[in-house]
Design a protein around this ligand. Structure first.
Ligand SMILES: CC(C)(COP(=O)(O)OP(=O)(O)OC[C@H]1O[C@@H](n2cnc3c(N)ncnc32)[C@H](O)[C@@H]1OP(=O)(O)O)[C@@H](O)C(=O)NCCC(=O)NCCS
Length: 271
């Protein structure tokens, strides 16, 4: 008789394994999709199908010269890497040749939180991108990611998650790009809908081959608009999202990620 495995309950003592997914038909990838949809709001995420597609493309065809190198990394307790109930978390992102790394999404199963899984996923992602850059003969100047700060009236659970995010970012060496509200398209609305309110995002950077001191306001502006707006979102100067992200006089600067976690009241006071 085969013993049925019960849905996973993690313990801090369990060894966690992280690995890159290459098979889109793997039930662990499906489990990652479920976790993705459960942990991120609709306006923060693209359809999971696109992520699956990129995993499939990566295994079926050689990357185009200059094309993104996309990676989906999964985590599970040792010995349970085939058990979808045991999926502990995932991270997804890409190397943008000539620019840097872009971490798109990360999520950890509720029962596996605060055990270092998020940190492990980030570290593995940084390593995988280093290898991907090395394969192209490039360095990896930095990895950038975005995150949506709740508005001041959001429920306590959203603020708790924001604290978790900023502590995780801090733990993995991420720095907050203070002074910028990066305006991104709202995926909860139709692409053609001009009335869709943009989603303001905070940006975080992990300096890799370029030291922190090299990220001057000028370079940060370039990372934000030259890379994210132009390469990722295809927004050009003159488009509202591009122009409103970095209004004249905006001086972005790097600060510890924890500083982004401070909660503000509706009137902008620290609470
Ligand atoms: C944010 C998230 C990925 C963190 O994952 P995690 O595996 O719990 O994080 P870790 O265990 O690696 O913890 C990293 C740091 O955050 C802290 N932390 C984690 N959860 C916390 C919480 N709820 N409150 C306060 N601190 C928290 C940890 O203590 C640790 O800090 P420390 O090393 O200084 O003690 C997880 O909460 C999650 O999946 N949230 C929902 C999805 C999401 O918000 N994704 C991020 C999109 S940008």
């Amino acid at each position: 008789m085969q013993l049925q495995q019960t849905p996973v309950k993690f313990s801090a003592a369990q060894k966690v394994v992280v690995w890159e997914a290459f098979d889109v038909a793997d039930p662990m990838v499906t489990a990652a999709g479920k976790l993705y949809e459960k942990t991120l709001t609709a306006d923060e995420r693209i359809p999971w199908m696109w992520i699956e597609q990129s995993v499939q493309d990566r295994t079926k065809s050689k990357p185009r010269p200059g094309g993104w190198s996309r990676h989906l990394i999964l985590a599970a307790p040792e010995g349970r890497q085939d058990d979808p109930d045991a999926l502990a978390g995932y991270v997804y992102g890409a190397l943008l040749p000539g620019y840097g790394g872009y971490l798109c999404y990360v999520g950890v199963a509720e029962s596996a939180r605060r055990m270092g899984v998020g940190g492990r996923l980030y570290d593995q992602f940084f390593k995988v991108l280093r290898v991907a850059a090395g394969e192209l003969g490039e360095s990896l100047p930095f990895v950038v990611w975005e995150s949506h700060r709740p508005d001041p009236t959001a429920p306590a659970a959203d603020w708790e998650n924001w604290t978790a995010r900023t502590r995780l970012f801090d733990r993995v060496g991420g720095l907050w790009v203070d002074g910028v509200d990066f305006l991104s398209p709202n995926f909860a609305f139709d692409e053609e809908d001009d009335d869709a309110p943009p989603v303001p995002l905070q940006l975080f950077i992990k300096p890799m081959d370029v030291p922190e001191a090299a990220f001057t306001p000028e370079r940060l502006r370039d990372v934000v608009v030259g890379g994210l707006h132009r390469q990722v979102y295809r927004n050009e100067p003159g488009s509202p999202l591009y122009d409103r992200t970095l209004p004249p006089g905006c001086e972005p600067r790097l600060r510890p990620a924890r500083a982004a976690g401070v909660r503000k009241s509706e009137r902008g006071e620290l609470v």
